[in-house]
Write a protein that binds this ligand. Structure first.
Ligand code: NAD
Length: 259
């Protein structure tokens, strides 16, 4: 098989990083950008289109990798699925209606697609290990630490981690409240008995600790993101894997078989 021809959807921070990572990856070649909000032209020597159908018709890609906005991804997916272009989607905030549509379209066209809210392999493993540890401990707390520009607290990853831990345990964790709380909120937010504490400081990127406590011992699982390149190995692995798929896979954990 020749090189995988990759179109990068989105020319923002992630899109440009993806194009560079694809350019560095063995057996993959970036052939164009498509960005619905951009003026057509060139970025780093690659053609930039603002219409997905025209882009796919012109460069005949094998895969499109999308890091944009939920307002754009459905139109991109319609163009891609109709032409048998496999999809790797990192855009967040997608509706469940869209995901259901994509699942049906991928099956109908026998065209692989991967949607993942987190392409950082370390973060995916952190959640997987936290899920595994949950059945052995009755107490657990999460500390997530992010830069001070982050819009949401707690982070989506922290909330998802707590949900996965609660589901793996089958019932709530023990959540000891303090008898006195002179400053309300000191015990953090809580999901399924798991306290979640959000730290926001300049100088941080994205970090999370899951701390389990038991008799005479604690277990800490920690993941640190130090840069946007943390997502790239997961994106490249998904672009290779999607070539072997004829249906939709949601989440890197499912793609890697982390049951
Ligand atoms: P960005 O703002 O730098 O770039 C966004 C891109 O989307 C731009 O090219 C913009 O032109 C395009 N876009 C935005 N709205 C559009 C619209 N209505 N129609 C057409 N194009 C539109 O953002 P970013 O930091 O590159 O992040 C992009 C997406 O990737 C976000 O959804 C973000 O949450 C997600 N993300 C996911 C992961 C992951 O691991 N899955 C990691 C980082 C970022």
């Amino acid at each position: 098989m020749g090189e995988l021809r990759v179109v990068v959807s989105g020319s923002g921070r992630m899109g440009r990083q993806v194009a560079a990572a694809v350019g560095d990856a063995d057996g993959l070649a970036a052939v164009a950008f498509v960005d619905g909000l951009a003026q057509e032209g060139e970025i780093d020597g690659l053609p930039l289109f603002n219409d997905a159908n025209r882009c796919f018709g012109a460069v005949a890609p094998d895969v499109v990798i999308d890091f944009t906005n939920m307002a754009w991804t459905p139109a991109l997916a319609e163009a891609a699925m109709g032409r048998g272009v496999r999809m790797v989607i990192g855009t967040t905030g997608l509706s469940s209606d869209f995901t259901a549509w994509l699942e049906a379209a991928a099956a109908q066209h026998k065209t692989g697609a991967v949607v993942a809210a987190n392409f950082a392999i370390g973060a995916v493993l952190m959640m997987h290990f936290a899920r595994q540890a949950s059945r052995f401990f009755d107490n657990a707390e999460i500390i997530e630490l992010h830069h001070d520009q982050k819009v949401d607290s707690p982070s989506g990853t922290a909330k998802t981690t707590a949900e996965l831990m609660r589901a793996a345990k089958g019932h709530d964790f023990r959540h000891p409240n303090s008898e006195k709380e002179p400053l309300p909120g000191a015990r953090g937010a809580e999901y399924g008995g798991v306290a979640i504490h959000s730290v926001r400081l300049p100088g941080l990127v994205a970090h999370q600790e899951v701390i389990f406590g038991g008799l005479g011992q604690t277990l800490t699982i920690r993941h640190d993101t130090t840069g946007r390149e943390s997502f790239m190995p997961g994106v490249i692995a998904a672009a290779r894997a999607v070539m072997e798929l004829d249906h939709l896979v949601v989440g890197l954990d499912a793609l890697f078989g982390l049951g």
